[in-house]
Design a protein around this ligand. Sequence first.
Ligand code: ZN
Length: 301
Amino acid sequence: MPVDIPFRREFSFEYGRLEPVAPGVRRIVARNPSPFTFRGTGTYVIGGGEVAVIDPGPDLAEHIGALLAGLAGERVTHILITHTHRDHSPAAAQLKAATGAVTYGYGPHAGGQRGEPGVEEGGDWDFVPDVTLGDGDRVAGRGWSFEAVHTPGHTSNHLCFALPDSGILFSGDHVMGWSTSVISPPDGDMAAYMASLDKLLGRRDALYWPTHGPAITEPQTHVRALIAHRRERESGILDCLSAGVWKIDAIVERLYVGLQPGLRRAAGRSVHAHLIDLVGRGIVASDGPPALDTRYRRAHS
Ligand SMILES: [Zn+2]
């Protein structure tokens, strides 16, 4: 039986409008829809009067202008970054210039090289946080207090932000309701991603707000389904290898039925991430380092 992920894609919003989504939480969606961003980047504003902004978003003048207009008469004191993909962090520079807010994040973009053709929106190599946050660090402002939860996997520098008082977790791209996350090596790491899913299962957060798409109201059920989905994908890959299908393109062809052509590359990256993980665990062997075009086979135990 294939794993059934309880996807959520009903999403009501209006581009360019800062709208309340929960007590003390507002959101504005950037007009950068794509197969990787769903309807666009959701920028969250926490608090009132003196506020924190999570993931100001892409470098889109219309979006930054609408965010600032929506915050007229208020002061942005903190800018929190879940990770350094180009649909999340670039607008931090302009928002900081306009408001004097301090930026917070795990650290600059890591893994791969500047200019490398990536999947998704690619890395933002220019963002450097004013203040670096590690797992468990707290950031507090007027009327709110965040806990940073380091959740590497989608990127090595991914943070979720928890508001322990309200049970909300801003889950970034680590856990989304509308889609699974892209895990693209070298910065994307499947073993780290699975550990970061397990980490969320050990927490008590009641509601997730991802950067893209609607809230996840049954987070534990959703995270368990994501874990089961990856284990299912992993066993599909092992079946392919047993059947002599070892080229990543051919594995994608077999396992991703009905895939949109624009997502083939991302699917290949995810299969590659699984293979690196399986080699690391000694379940799969490779001829040489586990690259995209390496020959893979089942390891004999
Ligand atoms: Zn991302």
